[in-house]
Design a protein around this ligand. Structure first.
Ligand code: ZN
Length: 169
């Protein structure tokens, strides 16, 4: 595996954003007709715009630790479908996901010890990434608030090769 130089931190990113902003032209005020929402992991090796060669306005992107279909992911998807008119979901988990090494019970216990209380949320660690995708697809299919007839497809993204493998529900 090769390593890539990384940003030093938030200050450098903000400075870079100012440079980019001053160099580019105005952005469109509003985009219409976006059909697709990508739900994926926050892992910094997944450059969603590059994976799908996305152009401005082609997809909404929702990210969290593990590409887990949580209540808040369902909230955002419901807004994206009911208020913004999207109809397709791509659920993209990935190989070597950190959440596949998280022991929920151990993390909750650690938080209880270090912070004095357990979180209201589940860490949602998982063992098998394909089964994790299937569980996410089942949760999407059982949501009463998503638009009937909207579609959801699940994939595993290989962070070493860049390949996408579809996961049957
Ligand atoms: Zn991940």
């Amino acid at each position: 595996m090769t390593s890539t130089p990384v940003a030093r931190g938030a200050d450098e990113l903000v400075e870079r954003a100012r440079t980019v902003h001053s160099a580019r032209g105005p952005l469109p005020e509003r985009v219409r007709g976006t059909r697709t929402v990508v739900v994926t992991c926050m892992d910094c090796r997944i450059m969603v715009e590059d994976v799908f060669a996305l152009r401005l306005g082609e997809a909404y992107v929702i990210r969290n630790a593990g590409a887990t279909v949580t209540d808040d992911v369902l909230r955002s998807l419901t807004v994206a479908q009911r208020l913004l008119g999207t109809s397709e979901i791509l659920l993209i988990a990935h190989t070597d996901c950190g959440m596949s090494r998280v022991d929920d019970g151990a993390l909750v216990e650690r938080l209880r010890e270090e912070c004095g209380s357990a979180p209201a949320w589940s860490p949602a660690g998982f063992v098998d990434v394909r089964e994790h995708v299937r569980a996410g697809l089942r949760r999407l299919a059982s949501s009463p608030h998503l638009v009937p007839g909207s579609t959801a497809c699940g994939f595993v993204y290989d962070v070493e090769t860049g390949a996408l493998e579809e996961v049957a529900p």
